[in-house]
Design a protein around this ligand. Structure first.
Ligand code: TYD
Length: 221
């Protein structure tokens, strides 16, 4: 794959969506980006047409309960379609892909949040991705209470997972902290408790050093 997959992760209200938007505007102007053929912004669940249907089922199941393993498999189905239809073809063409959530969300939410077996999730992630890993994952780390309060203030706290208990969201946060400790080469922590502009400045700093490294790497091969 010639392109690069950059993933944004974190608990509800960590600010991923607005940071991706700002990042996209900045990358569009930055020279580092010129090393890539195009820029693609996408998300999980819901990065494909089929995924949009799955997203609705997952986030708004109405009165119908979803069993934990069913939830895991639906996220995996969304990912498998996304990898085949969008991620792999764009990466093969040399795009830089900014993706809102990927495999670490499943570990954090279905593993730590729901309590499903992490080895099982790793196997299912491997099937869904066909082995495609992110080149870099930015973990937007913010205190759960602060993040949920932000969401509440924006009037946006309403889908099935967002309505989970505070204990659930704390376990998800713990999941991210443990993933960060286990994969320091792949996951970079961003202090997302700061103002929007300061968070964006950190992200730009990280991507600048990473993308320039990648440019150097491109010149060597
Ligand atoms: P997101 O699009 O980040 O929601 P919002 O934009 O409303 O903040 O994510 C959708 C939800 O799906 C979020 O609660 C996290 C959850 N999720 C999982 O539980 N497992 C997964 O594997 C993925 C990709 C998302």
């Amino acid at each position: 794959m010639n392109g690069k997959l950059i993933v944004f992760e974190g608990v509800e209200g960590c600010g991923k969506t607005s940071q991706i938007q700002l990042c996209c505007e900045w990358l569009g102007k930055d020279v580092a980006y010129k090393a890539f053929t195009s820029m693609v912004v996408t998300r999980e669940p819901g990065g494909t047409d089929l995924g949009l249907h799955l997203r609705r089922l997952l986030l708004d199941a109405g009165e119908h309960p979803i069993a934990d393993r069913t939830e895991l498999l639906l996220f995996a189905a969304d990912r498998s379609q996304h990898v085949e239809q969008k991620l792999k073809p764009n990466l093969a063409k040399g795009a830089i892909v900014l993706c809102d959530r990927y495999t670490d969300s499943t570990i954090a939410y279905q593993g730590y949040g729901r309590g499903l077996d992490i080895n099982l999730i790793n196997q299912i992630n491997a099937i869904a991705t066909g082995g495609l890993e992110s080149d870099l994952t930015l973990w937007l780390d913010v205190n759960v209470e602060v993040a949920l309060a932000r969401k509440m203030k924006s009037g946006n706290l309403g889908d099935r997972l967002e309505k989970e208990t505070i204990a659930f969201h704390r376990r998800v946060q713990q999941g991210y902290a443990e993933l960060y400790a286990s994969y320091p080469h792949r996951i970079v922590r961003v202090d997302a408790s700061l103002e929007k502009e300061a968070v964006q400045a950190q992200i730009q700093g990280i991507l600048t050093s990473q993308l320039h490294l990648l440019e150097g790497w491109k010149k060597r091969v």
